[in-house]
Ligand binder design. Structure first.
Ligand code: HBI
Ligand code: FE
Length: 285
């Protein structure tokens, strides 16, 4: 992720959501996106995500008002969503998560950008990220992630944390008794990747392994070449610092792994044929 530079103090980024400033068009854009995602996510997303949407009132009644949503989040799980202008520096981001606050962009994409935006907007941040925070195990994972991030910064291990976030919180899949399901917010807020991540023969799907993920480079400009699969919707990795600090040290001696590469130790669920990214590279050349 290409995050901002600037102050590490989260208070320098917090805004009022400015709920009254959203236009009819803004609410209509939200509703269009929410309706489309709800349809396409059926049978593909973890049930817990849909449960979170329902319990938080995140739906097709316009952009959620953080004041109302936060009453439910606070009461249920001791988290809240805070409005920020966009990407914020890593340390400010980690501090918020460590304090059980999830930063969300307050703005929404314009109708002409409905399918692609470069920076996360409120639809990605709230529809994609917030529903799973209603699950205690996930809520604790995000908090632990924030705390680990603050320590990683002191150990030159920020890239390890960025990769972990990418391959779990943003682009994670999970095994369930009903089959593979989406748990990542970057997938859950994108109609194209919702289908691609589960059904494309192109990408690899590999059983989650913490050290393996922390070594793996990722693509920010297209669908992933590899998705990592948690052993269950509640199987978020433990981020015990007594284990992480020596692990980061060990990894310094190991090479990075390319996004599409498979290693002999991998638990391979799908060995992707790479066709999607190869065709793209051809047409770009
Ligand atoms: N800021 N608003 C926002 N949202 C993010 O997801 C985010 C961020 N800053 C940094 C960041 N993510 C990542 O680089 C860290 O997870 C490593
Ligand atoms: Fe995100």
């Amino acid at each position: 992720m290409n995050s901002a530079t600037g102050s590490d103090d989260p208070r320098d980024y917090l805004l009022d959501q400015g709920y009254e400033n959203y236009t009819e068009t803004d609410h209509a854009t939200w509703n269009t996106l929410a309706r489309r995602q709800r349809d396409i996510l059926k049978g593909r997303i973890a049930d817990q995500f849909l449960d979170g949407l329902d319990r938080l009132g995140i739906g097709e009644e316009g952009i959620p008002d953080f004041r109302a949503m936060n009453q439910r989040l606070r009461a249920a799980i001791g988290w809240e969503v805070v409005a920020v202008p966009g990407l914020i520096p890593d340390l400010a981001f980690f501090r918020l998560l460590a304090d059980r606050k999830f930063p969300a962009g307050f703005w929404i994409r314009k109708p002409e950008q409905i399918d692609y935006i470069e920076e996360p907007d409120i639809f990605h941040d709230v529809f994609g990220h917030v529903p799973l925070i209603m699950q205690p195990i996930y809520a604790d994972y995000l908090e632990a992630y924030g705390k680990a991030g603050l320590v990683a910064a002191e150990h030159g291990a920020l890239k390890r944390l960025a990769r972990l976030y990418w391959y779990t919180v943003e682009f994670g899949l999970a095994q369930t008794p009903q089959g593979l399901r989406i748990v990542g917010a970057g997938i859950a807020s994108s109609p194209g990747e919702t289908v691609f991540s589960l059904e494309s023969p192109s990408s690899n799907r590999i059983g989650f392994d913490l050290a393996r993920v922390m070594r793996t480079l990722y693509r920010i400009d297209d669908y992933q070449e590899t998705y990592f699969v948690l052993d269950g919707v509640e199987a978020w990795p433990s981020l015990d610092l007594d284990r992480l600090i020596p692990l980061w040290k060990e990894l310094e001696a190991q090479e990075d792994i390319q996004p599409g590469e498979i290693q002999s130790e991998d638990r391979v669920l799908t060995n992707g044929d790479g066709s999607y990214h190869r065709d793209k590279a051809k047409s770009a050349a």
